[in-house]
Design a protein around this ligand. Sequence first.
Ligand SMILES: O=C(O)[C@H](O)[C@@H](O)[C@H](O)[C@H](O)COP(=O)(O)O
Length: 290
Amino acid sequence: MQLGLVGLGRMGGNMRERLRAAGHEVVGFDHNAELSDVASLPELVEKLSAPRAVWVMVPAGVTDATIDELAALLDSGDIIIDGGNSRFSDDAPRAERLNEHGIGYLDVGVSGGVWGRQNGYALMVGGSEEHVGQLMPIFEALKPEGEFGFVHAGPVGAGHYAKMVHNGIEYGLMHAYAEGYELLAASELVTNVPGVFKSWREGTVVRSWLLDLLDRALDEDPELAELSGYTEDTGEGRWTVDEAVRLAVPLNVITASLFARFASRQDDSPAMKAVAALRQQFGGHAVRKR
Ligand SMILES: O=C(O)[C@H](O)[C@@H](O)[C@H](O)[C@H](O)COP(=O)(O)O
């Protein structure tokens, strides 16, 4: 089938290749002319025959502007798919705006990162049965081979909601491995920390793809000596915690792992300075000066 694909970065570019390898006709647009198949969005739309399907794979901050620009070029009966990491609460207003022009909307949480081209992308889809059915050949080509890796999670918004929770879990899992790594590295007994992680890849209760990737990172740099611990986040963890607060769901692990990322960005902790100052005030305990 034919698909327009807007955004050909690390994710979109690899998705284009996977779709083409499966025999689909993909017309891609990116502001980087070296990556793009066409010079503009109007040209992309012109190259597609109706009813058109256009998949948007751009950074979360520019999704709405891109969708609005596309909507002005598309016709009733066309469908826009947002495969980026949008906040789920943006989806329903978007779908309503598009519906006024007769344009359908699907939100798709896409997992797999830079490995997706080879391994397939796990897809979490929100939208109507009808629209999901129309895009099924594309989903089939993108998803991993085998039984799992695809879900129609519910109506518009459910795909991004599922991806948000997936990413919250991702934060917590990564952090548990990371804390185990730190303790092993601090231990006086364990002399082969990378070896312990490698051994865990088979047979253990904690084997997983994230563990495999940590082993890979330790193969490259056994003490992670070349890295700083400074860790960014792109929003999914914060949205997960926002939802937990709204619904009064105790998200202890995920919240702690999000906050650990914030702490990683501090040169010194104002909170811990206050604790040190208070210990000195009430107990005369020693403090360290800068
Ligand atoms: O499933 C995936 O492929 C990942 O979850 C991916 O989508 C993720 O969003 C970014 O790699 C970084 O996310 P954070 O900045 O939130 O850590």
